[in-house]
Design a protein around this ligand. Sequence first.
Ligand code: PHE
Length: 465
Amino acid sequence: MENNREQWSSKASFILAAAGSAVGLGNIWKFPYIAGENGGAAFLFIYLICILLIGLPILNIEILLGRATKKNPVGAFKTLTNNPFWKYVGALGVLASFTILSFYSVVGGWSLAYTYEALIGTFNTPAFNTPLTAGDFFNLKNSNPLWVLGYHTLFLSIVVLILLSGVRAGLEKASKFLMPILLFILLILVVQGLILPDANKGVSFLFQPDWSKINGQTILLALGHAFFTLSLGMGAMMTYGSYLSDNDDIVNASYLVAFLDTVIAILAGVAIFTVVFSSGYDPTAGPGLVFHVLPPLLSDLTGGYFFAFLFFLLLSIAAITSGISILEVSVAYLVDEKQYSRKKAVLIMASMVYLVAIPCALSFNLLSDFTFSFQDKAFTFFDIADYLASNILLPFGGFFLAVFAGYVWGIDEVVRNLLIGESNSIYFGNTVFENKKFKSFFNFTVKYICPVLIFLVFLYSIGWI
Ligand code: PHE
């Protein structure tokens, strides 16, 4: 059975696929608006520390657990320990994969819809004169359940078609084809942003910190986002790691993936804030930044029709390459643990996600009044899925991963396994690992820093601190 498991055709393919998973709506839709609301560069600085201190070690561990066991999250824990508790931690990943995709697919659908609207020139109509009218347009479209459901169906169908083709012909080919296009489009948008009048204001917003905006909550927000953006805490990276061969170098791959993810978030920030500032607009527009604010601002520019289309195409591509990694976790679970064929597994899981996503899609119309109050806020199904995934399931998963690596599997085993296939990585190289100081640093981060900080995020997210 194990010999039949598909593998990436090369290390580069894995890196592209993993970067494809990491680079998603989190980078292009979420990062700019949370950075905008939380002091720009000051937020960026804290976010970078979180990536280095917590994201990178956990990324290494997740990929490693996958490669070492060649299994999905449930199977990976089952292989490494007899304690049944850990199997449930793996199952939490499968649950998170459902929860995330149920709202991700709706936002992915919006991205496809806006790509189409850009193409047919809607952004040049009076509906997009100002961000306010654009917001009305967005709400009007969303008030039609068939519109939201239709685009959600389209998004999920694209994800299913890619997954049906398998690891090499599906996941790998899609990332190899789409990721270079994504980078290319992003660079065009960055260049056009930088030549706008007052572009420097947007750039300095991203690079000159406003420390007064930083408080405990910002730090915790940055940490939570580090998880989401690197696809950590639910087994996506573990599943991708399970298609790696033992000759591949995890440590270097993790650096590259984290680096690409961060650079792309920053570039997306530059592309967006240069446009926002050159129009004298407020960077703290919140989640509507991309859908309400950008279309009218972009369409005012020379060549705006083209840039708006490129922007939403970029967003759609990023959402698709992440969407496939989210669903692959539950598909791999059925294939490994229940011996389903890939086709059957994809169709069953996609149908279940489809159903779970319906209440999220209806949260903007038929079910908009159907809310639950929590911490003095009204949550629709969509809000609950987003909240549950980003603030509870992912940090929870990350916490247990660190505890498993640090205390159950043990740092010695982690390091011994990490060194298999390791070439000469930037500073994790063999010689450095021999160096006891370095090993004890890794030991310290995984055993203490990661669990404690993640625990704090968790307490914060449930409102206890
Ligand atoms: N990292 C993806 C993004 O930034 C989201 C994601 C989360 C993907 C968890 C897989 C697993 O959009």
